[in-house]
Design a protein around this ligand. Structure first.
Ligand SMILES: Cc1cc2nc3c(=O)[nH]c(=O)nc-3n(C[C@H](O)[C@H](O)[C@H](O)COP(=O)(O)OP(=O)(O)OC[C@H]3O[C@@H](n4cnc5c(N)ncnc54)[C@H](O)[C@@H]3O)c2cc1C
Length: 442
């Protein structure tokens, strides 16, 4: 009996399992292995950190849904994958064999790469719901005794949207509490300019985000590398465009949140702590071709943040390319079709569209962008802002959580609304993109 294993049950793993189940026959088996018994909607973590959401609002237990959808579920977690033996070593020492493996393990958060970094040291994090809950407790203490904030991302980071979001969400929350005047804020980033986002900007994200920061009195330092964090201090080295030293800053901070660089999770590394040859790149991200398939292990596919994508361009301080929700879902659809094709003895041919749709919430408004495809040159390069972005983000949260609770593979929203905008998940059918009517087209 063919056995497909999906490793990871996050934003990529859950739709992956549901879409794959839809394409498998009754006598074909699918198992999801996660290291948690629940799903967390990561994009809502910034709201948890300021107590606009509770943990329970954005966490969904998975066993009942998977049972209903006839998907085996194992929340023990993987210790190590053995792609040469077609098996996964689980955290309890047992083994699970597979015919096809789809890796969707998300990021390992590389806090250890900078002294004093991370929720166990001197900074707060919004990357995991448990971190966000901890941050919310610190946020209450901070608001009782406010001071300077440093927010942003460190060298090698790839996920910038949530850093901008969190800066603006904190600003909104502080204004509501009427203590914004007591909080100098500085955004620190390796991006070469505000709004670069690891993508060379999208539409006019540079103008929109710079303007938002100016209007909200948020200073910034770009081309920045963090040397270390201490209690109440962030040590930042700023470089010139040619990479030479420009200035060193010792910033006071009473509340610091910076996004870390990502790497592949431990289970994807060899026992010697080195990348598994052929499976991952040197950072432990799974290498895949355009069909999401690994070149060495032809029965291994990967979707989500854990795949290797080279940087879009060389920058004075390294930045990675973000992997966002809709782009991940496009990887999922292509992978499900390609695994089905292989089971049927055909060659995989579907390519993910890698279109990026991103909603950066500011708490009462926001900035949205559509990059089709994500890497330039693009057919659509559009950004806009307004209150509708905040509402759209709430709608996205409700829609995705409903999808996970009910176990829905592809609901109406994706099938019709995004198609209306000319946004397709897979590339094999040519599309005629229609940019949304308002906003900045470039
Ligand atoms: C704070 C934040 C906000 C974001 N906001 C947005 C947004 O608004 N819009 C957007 O499009 N994108 C957003 N992103 C980017 C991206 O969409 C998310 O990071 C998304 O969660 C990535 O999905 P994923 O499935 O790759 O990883 P994850 O959602 O992190 O899922 C990984 C899964 O793998 C499991 N796992 C890990 N290790 C193991 C193991 N050893 N064994 C078994 N299971 C394992 C984890 O438990 C988890 O279930 C955001 C990212 C962050 C960090």
């Amino acid at each position: 009996m063919t056995h497909v294993v999906v490793l990871g049950a996050g934003l990529g793993g859950i739709p992956m399992a549901l879409e794959m189940r839809n394409l498998l026959r009754k006598d074909e088996r699918i198992t999801v292995v996660s290291n948690s018994d629940s799903f967390q909607f990561v994009p809502s973590n910034p709201w948890v950190a300021v107590k606009w959401r509770s943990r329970d609002d954005i966490v969904v237990p998975l066993a009942p849904m998977f049972k209903k959808r006839k998907i085996d579920f194992n929340p023990i977690g993987a210790k190590q994958v053995h792609p040469d033996k077609n098996r996964i070593e689980l955290a309890d020492g047992s083994f699970l064999d597979y015919d096809y493996l789809i890796v969707a393990t998300g990021p390992d958060l590389a806090f250890d790469e900078i002294e004093g970094f991370g929720p166990d040291a001197h900074t707060r994090s919004i990357c995991h719901v448990d971190h966000a809950v901890l941050a919310s407790e610190e946020w209450e203490k901070f608001c009782a005794d406010p001071g300077p904030i440093v927010v942003g991302a460190v060298q090698g980071a790839s996920c910038f949207g949530p850093a901008y979001e969190f800066a603006m969400i904190m600003d909104t929350d502080l204004r509501r509490r009427k203590i914004r005047d007591k909080v100098p804020m500085t955004y620190v980033t390796p991006e070469p300019y505000i709004g670069h986002l690891g993508l060379g900007g999208v539409g006019d994200t540079k103008g929109l985000l710079e303007s938002a920061f100016r209007e909200h009195t948020i200073k910034w330092i770009v081309n920045a590398k963090v040397a270390k964090f201490e209690a109440g201090k962030v040590f930042v080295d700023e470089v010139n465009e040619d990479g030479s030293d420009k200035a060193s800053h010792e910033l006071d901070s009473r509340f610091t949140m910076m996004l870390p660089a990502f790497r592949g999770v431990k289970a994807l590394w060899g026992k010697d702590g080195k990348p598994l040859p052929g499976l991952t790149n040197p950072r432990g991200f799974v290498t895949v071709d355009k069909t999401q398939r690994n070149a060495k292990y032809g029965n291994v596919f990967s979707v989500g943040v854990c795949i290797a994508i080279p940087p879009y361009e060389k920058t004075p301080v390294p930045v990675g390319v973000p992997k966002t929700g809709y782009m991940i879902e496009s990887m999922v659809t292509a992978t499900a079709n390609n695994v089905r094709a292989l089971i049927d003895g055909k060659e995989p041919h579907e390519e993910a569209s890698w279109n990026a749709i991103c909603l950066a919430d500011f708490g009462d408004s926001g900035v949205a962008f559509v990059a089709m495809p994500q890497i330039p040159p693009r057919n659509v390069n559009w950004s806009s802002h307004g209150k509708w972005v905040h509402l759209a983000k709430i709608a996205f949260e409700k829609y995705f959580l409903r999808k996970v609770r009910k176990g829905i593979g592809e609901p109406i929203y994706e099938r019709y609304v995004l198609k209306l905008l000319g946004i397709d998940r897979v590339r094999d059918k040519p599309t005629q993109p229609t940019p949304p009517k308002s906003g900045v087209a470039a």
